[in-house]
Design a binder for this molecule. Structure first.
Ligand SMILES: [Zn+2]
Length: 473
């Protein structure tokens, strides 16, 4: 009998601990994941509300109306065809097929779950429940411009944001859904229509990763700025693996700055070998690799630094952005923004404010510092070296007249069995001018060399952003 009592008590204790753990996790999930938790298609309360509430409108940062609810309750897009195509992936559909779209991420506001009591009370008498409207940080003109600049038929995307405030001015991804018919084309095997390539894509980074290797070298090798390198175009690392430059001609004698400006694989592979896997991984993780971004407005997939690097050959290739590295474009933009912001990474934000039915603005954007990725002195040195890349190196196509632009190109080899694919074209960069603290990232899948299409596109987008938004924030 006594033994049985003991067993019951033990069982009860186990059950209680289980409940406490579950409750604790639930609390953590709701507070940590907030809107993400709310916006999943599995939230039945949300699904029911969609049929009962007159959802609020969506505006851009200059109060241009992008989305509204029509008389019949369906969503309408009172914008040009160009704008509609340009914002498809950003806005997403109401059913959450594009789970990262604004319709899903901000459903709690649009469907009135955040409305004040007074507001709900007043709606009792009007007979119709109305959600709040939201204003996005995005500039629809810049968004359209990204769509127009993007090479026709290519996949990829572009993001441009303010690295001091976190406001995203442009978040373009292609291909996108058809907003008027969100399910069109979805039954085909290709699921690429639902993916935001900037926030959810993962790519081999190619030479844009040299920014990470560079930061690591600046941190751990005190004399590295005074080093010089000699490049013959290839370097036998192990018996089987040779490191090669893209053109294979060899860069000859190089200063450290020149090695970065010309994106020399031989120099950066040698640095990676000297630094070693552990230090490289540490620097990458300080910048957010393998992390779990908990941003309130945006679901950003993490970038992956390989768990294990087999040998010196793979280590050298990892240092120049090949190997098993997988990088998310939004994360890459954040890294570069943190370089430009003297080492501080701010949280990227899409929600400028919420406008309730009484036209009061609530939930106004406030800048949140996310993490420090590197020391201010390392950041300042990288800024200078990235400015040289645009002034005299591979990033010259991204220059904007009258402004100080820093950047880095990348050409990521695509491993494919067919072998006929063009490499992915990358560009990341920033404007250093006080009144235009903007960072940009462009990825063109199979776009060829990064110094070509991606850099040019990023330069044009940056120029337009400066024209429209400099001094605005
Ligand atoms: Zn070289």
């Amino acid at each position: 009998m006594k033994g049985m009592k003991k067993n019951v008590a033990l069982l009860l204790a186990v059950v209680l601990v289980g409940f406490a753990a579950l409750g604790g996790y639930f609390f953590y999930a709701v507070t940590a994941y907030g809107t993400r938790w709310f916006s999943t298609p599995y939230n039945t309360r949300l699904q029911r509300a969609k049929s009962q509430v007159y959802a609020g409108s969506i505006y851009d940062r200059s109060a241009h109306l992008l989305v509204r609810t029509g008389e019949d309750g369906s969503r309408e897009y009172p914008v040009s065809e160009t704008a509609k195509a340009a914002m498809a992936q950003l806005i997403g559909d109401v059913n959450g097929a594009v789970p990262t779209g604004a319709e899903s991420m901000f459903a709690n506001y649009l469907l009135g779950f955040q409305s004040s009591l007074a507001e709900r009370f007043s709606q009792l008498f009007s007979g119709q429940r109305v959600g709040d409207s939201i204003q996005l940080t995005v500039d629809i003109e810049l968004q359209k411009y990204a769509y127009q600049l993007f090479p026709e038929g290519k996949r990829g995307g572009a993001v441009l944001y303010n690295y001091k405030t976190g406001e995203i001015y442009c978040l373009y991804s292609t291909p996108g859904i058809d907003l008027d018919d969100p399910t069109a084309g979805l039954d085909e095997e290709d699921d690429g229509l639902l993916l935001n390539r900037i926030t959810q894509g993962r790519y081999a980074p190619g030479s844009v990763f040299k920014i990470v290797t560079l930061a690591c070298a600046l941190e751990y090798l005190p004399d590295v700025m005074n080093r010089s390198f000699h490049c013959e175009g290839s370097l036998q690392v192990t018996e089987e693996v040779a490191l090669t430059d893209t053109d294979g001609e060899g860069h000859g004698d190089l200063t450290f700055g020149e090695a970065f400006a010309k994106s020399c694989n031989i120099a950066f592979g040698q640095l990676a070998l000297e630094l070693g896997q552990e230090r490289l991984a540490k620097t990458a993780r300080a910048m957010g690799f393998d992390g779990n971004f908990l941003f309130s407005d945006l679901i950003v997939y993490e970038s992956l630094f390989p768990d294990s690097i087999a040998d010196e050959g793979e280590l050298a290739w990892t240092g120049v952005g090949q190997g098993k590295l997988m990088v998310n474009p939004m994360h890459m933009a954040l890294i570069v923004g943190s370089v430009a912001n003297d080492g501080q990474m701010v949280e990227p934000q899409l929600l400028l404010g919420v406008v309730d039915s009484q036209l009061r603005v609530t939930n106004k954007l406030s800048t949140k510092v996310y993490t420090r990725t590197m020391s201010a002195s390392v950041a300042k040195t990288i800024q200078e070296l990235m400015i040289q890349v645009v002034e005299s190196g591979t990033g010259s196509a991204a220059a904007v007249e009258g402004y100080t632009i820093g950047g880095k190109t990348g050409t990521a080899q695509v491993n494919s069995s067919g072998g006929a694919y063009q490499p992915h074209s990358w560009y990341v960069g920033f404007c250093a001018d006080e009144e235009a603290p903007f960072a940009v990232c462009v990825v063109v899948e199979n776009g060829g060399s990064g110094s070509g299409s991606a850099a040019r596109l990023a330069g044009d987008l940056m120029e337009r952003a400066i024209e429209r938004l400099a001094g605005d924030a």
